[in-house]
Design a protein around this ligand. Sequence first.
Ligand code: H79
Length: 684
Amino acid sequence: MRVSPSLLVLPMFAACVSDAGHSSSDARSAAPASLTQDERMAWWREARFGMFIHWGLYAIPAGEWGGGTNYGEWIRESAHIPLEQYTPFQARFDPVNFDADAWARMAADAGMKYLVITSKHHDGFCLFDSELTEWDVGGTPFKRDILAELKAACERHGVRFCTYHSIMDWHHPDYLPRRSWEERSSTGADFQRFRSYLHGQVSEIVRKYDPGVMWFDGEWESTWTHEYGVQLFELCRELSPAMLVNNRVDVHRGGMAGFSASSEAVGDFGTPEQEIPARGMPGVDWETCMTMNDHWGFNARDTHWKSARECIRMLVDIASKGGNYLLNVGPRADGTFPPEAVERLSAIGAWMKQYGEAIHGSGPSPFDELAWGRCTTKRQGDDTLLYLHVFERPESGEIVLPGLGSEIESAHLLGGPELALDVRRTSSDLYVALPEMLPNADCSVIALLVRGTPVVYRAPTIEAPSEIFVDGLEVELAGSSPELELRYTLDGSEPNATSTRYSAHIALRDSTTVRARAFHRGRAVSSSVERSFTRVEPKPAVSAEGAKPGLRRQRFSGNWNALPDFGALPLSETQVVSKISAAHEEYVGYRYSGLVEVQSTDLMRFTLACDDGGRLWVDGELVVDNDGLHGTLEASGVVALAAGYHALRIDWFNKTGGAELAVRMGPVRANPVPLSPALLAHLP
Ligand code: H79
């Protein structure tokens, strides 16, 4: 339903914010005026497990179009369905069996603490009755406000209600770009007006449904920028300071891995899609979203379902790495979940009923890798519970906890009779004896209570901003437990109980090998590790006599999956440009060359963010290699440079889709900043 088209032309941000703020039908709960990030994240970190729901008009074709059967929520784009043929699905959307209470109950019974549903997917269709468009559920025969019903049901079942909202919109006349195959004119389209619509809808959703998370997606097209992302993120914070916003609000996602460590990126958590990061994402909140079969939206022919066991083990794996699991259901057009999904949710729920305490509110494993399964943790007073999730019972009948030095208080199987288990210790490892038969074939859990915070004997890591330096370098050691003493040498010898004990950073002036080792109560408990740091001579400056402002830019065209040798290609044009930027066209490559000025002698870091691939050379040395097909991804490298001018070359290409190229530079101990045009020159 559309009631206020005038909203679309109101001054953009303030208007939307104040409109939402003064509404009488405001669903938002009162939140304290200022929240710390830990307070904001608390419920979400505690939850660990949520349900994703992809539902929309695409459930009607159920994955089939024109002979193809492998489609899902992308069907309009993938099967090239023109709007005239997609629009009629709206008149056919009548999910008479939709039962919000049943959905919320299935999520709660599965042990899921939150639910994220598509308020709008890429096809632009809205599952709520929006005041800003008629391309919504209000225009279907069903008419009911699905989000309102589901939010109320979620509240009854103790599930936090959240929304997914696509930035990309294949329906709104002002969204750009058009699909390449589409014959829909873009004349008169105004992306700023689309942003106003987007901000308006986000305000409307917060006002009406007060979601715990606003989960954005579809941010990778070239029209969406970091600046727009920051403004949308700030709008969300203003509308509801407690609401979490995922990182896809911004352009710094870093591909399907779901996170790039760009210092400017906004968003409360990283979003790996269909993958689990091998070592989690230390220091960052993250959530893996995953399909239960091979599609997000309902596909009637997709029989490739993960087993309940696989889902349970993925949940455990993710929790052991400190992340959340957002497991998807694609409901059918009649409003019901596919029976295969119902079955799996119920099996996961049965497991969670027994073992949920090892997931909800748990922290990550203190161990590197455990061949027999996974570990999650929970504080218990001053002590710590280690939940040992056993996937495979080892032949030996014992599981090993490598390097666990803690004092053990008790060990017993969870969710069964209070059966105490035997533990034994070798010099550095702990072994727990398993019963002949484990109670749960999917994953049995042992609760091991240890004194204090877990002490894990592992070699320290040696950390520094780079392995080379110009004047001096600060090196830090990090241990696996606070109880461990870290000792080191600077002469290559093996650290022993009398070597220097690490307290604050180690300051190096000359090339040095740092060797470090962990000790516990005066005894060496880890192997030693070493890293060498080299003092280097900065590359001398080159002459810039006769240089003119700007860089030379050569343009090439071609269809590449990786950077070609531009030197061997015919070029189409050469220009002098004042700054480094991407071409907003497809099948194109650029070579920038010239000089860059460095203000003072230092170790300089260059970063290269690009979509697709790029490389950067300084004085002929390859400093950043960020080649290959990918979405915007940032890579960096360091090089020691004397004050003055240095030869700079950047190669970049774009195959299709988004195009991005941004270069920053700065001394390693500071944040790099975009290359100012004042620093760029070329020799004519
Ligand atoms: O809603 C579901 C999918 O429809 C949606 N995300 C999940 C949660 C999705 N949209 N696109 N994709 C999944 C795959 C898109 C991948 C790519 Fe890219 C977009 C490849 C290149 C551009 C983003 C940027 C991912 C890698 C680089």
